[in-house]
Write a protein that binds this ligand. Structure first.
Ligand code: SF4
Length: 383
């Protein structure tokens, strides 16, 4: 059995470490790219959302490297992701890729069902104690990975050499992926903290009383928010425009709430978002639609300069959130920009919109004037 899985940002670091520690033969698909998306788009129903197209592209590329089994998470509720595992199996079989698909979800809330599926993948050679121990370690690593990403978000606008900053980020991820002990994981985070501190104190350009950078919160659909290819590197682009980005969703927070049913808390809990969203959206609408509304309110209350709402075209939960966010924007006087992505999204169009939004926020901060983001929205679909 050669197991593969969908790419979603840095998720591969955690899955690869977990599977290898359990002696599961794992095939990491090539990083998401235009070619991955083209392959997946050819097989996907036209109205499907970006994650399905990229997942299919990942599995076709992984099949070429010998993968024959897919491990994918499931889901419940109105979002289509819940049946993507089965849909992908059927599409791939029809296209001549006879994959076995293992859906890692707690069916009907039963964690035992989830544990049995992991045991099936891990095989009887691994004891329950070993499996649970490795899952715990992988989770610890995912919290450290989230911390790593957060440190880089803060570092980008405060260091003057973007190439060096991205190199540090890459090195930190390599150290983390190679760590095989709890202390090794902690050391990789400490290494990044130390490196950033050192660069900052030696940075002549940024060290001399530069003002506090703008702060923008990113809310939206989890796959698009976590996956830089899907978001056209929004976080990195903003960082290089001098913005401190904060993300409302992190991998370990999502895993803690969706896979472990809230039994463990990840890097960023999404629970406060539900309460905040209630006056505007009082019930679950699938995906993270309700969380997007609550997170935007939290950013406004914390004094952020602006919010970017990021999601793929045809994503129903986020379309619900999009219809509500203009009211949040008005009530809290916080500019909110919508960024919808699909396979036609181009980097130049996104960059132009980001520059216009940052420019607007800078003027607002300077003049302290109430400016709303819809003045700069040229279109929801990026050019
Ligand atoms: S949340 Fe939206 S984009 Fe994500 S799988 Fe569901 S419908 Fe698709």
């Amino acid at each position: 059995m050669k197991v593969t899985f969908p790419h979603m940002g840095n998720l591969w670091i955690i899955i690869k470490s977990l599977f290898e520690s359990l002696d599961i033969d794992v095939v990491v698909p090539p990083a998401n790219s235009k070619s991955t998306l083209n392959l997946g788009t050819k097989l996907s129903p036209e109205s499907s959302c970006l994650p399905l197209k990229l997942n299919l592209g990942n599995f076709i590329e992984a099949a070429e490297a010998g993968a024959d089994t897919i491990a994918i998470t499931g889901g419940v509720g109105p979002c289509r992701f819940g049946y993507y595992g089965e849909l992908e199996r059927q599409i791939l079989h029809d296209a001549g890729y006879p994959y076995e698909v293992i859906i890692l979800e707690p069916p009907d809330g039963s964690l035992l069902g989830l544990a049995k599926r992991i045991r099936y993948l891990a095989g009887r050679k691994n004891s329950w104690a070993k499996i649970l121990g490795e899952i715990r370690f992988a989770y610890y690593k995912s919290v450290a990975l989230d911390r790593t990403e957060d440190l880089i978000h803060a570092a980008r606008p405060r260091l003057s050499n973007p190439v060096e900053t991205e190199r540090m980020y890459k090195e930190a991820k390599t150290r983390l992926s190679q760590a095989t002990s709890y202390s090794g994981v902690r050391e990789s985070v400490h290494w990044l903290q130390g490196s950033i501190r050192e660069r900052q104190s030696n940075d002549p350009e940024k060290g001399k009383g530069a003002g506090e950078p703008l702060r923008i919160g990113i809310v939206g659909e989890i796959y698009t928010v976590l996956d830089p290819f899907s978001s056209v590197d929004v976080e990195q682009q903003l960082g290089q425009l001098g913005v401190h980005v904060d993300r409302s969703i992190y991998l370990s927070g999502w895993v803690g709430e969706n896979i472990f049913h809230g039994l463990v808390q990840g890097y960023r809990s999404m629970l406060p978002y539900h309460k905040l969203a209630k006056p505007y959206l009082s019930h679950f609408v699938g995906g993270h639609g309700q969380e997007s509304v609550g997170a935007a309110i939290q950013y406004a209350q914390e004094g952020f300069d602006g919010v970017i709402h990021l999601f793929p075209l045809t994503c129903m939960p986020e379309i619900v959130a999009k219809s509500i966010l203009p009211k949040v924007q008005k009530d809290y006087q916080i500019p909110i920009m919508t960024l919808m992505v699909d396979e036609h999204t181009g980097r130049a169009g996104v960059q132009t919109r980001l520059e216009a939004f940052v420019d607007l926020l800078e003027r607002k901060r300077l003049k302290k004037e109430p400016v709303l983001a819809n003045k700069v929205q040229v279109s929801d679909a990026a050019k």
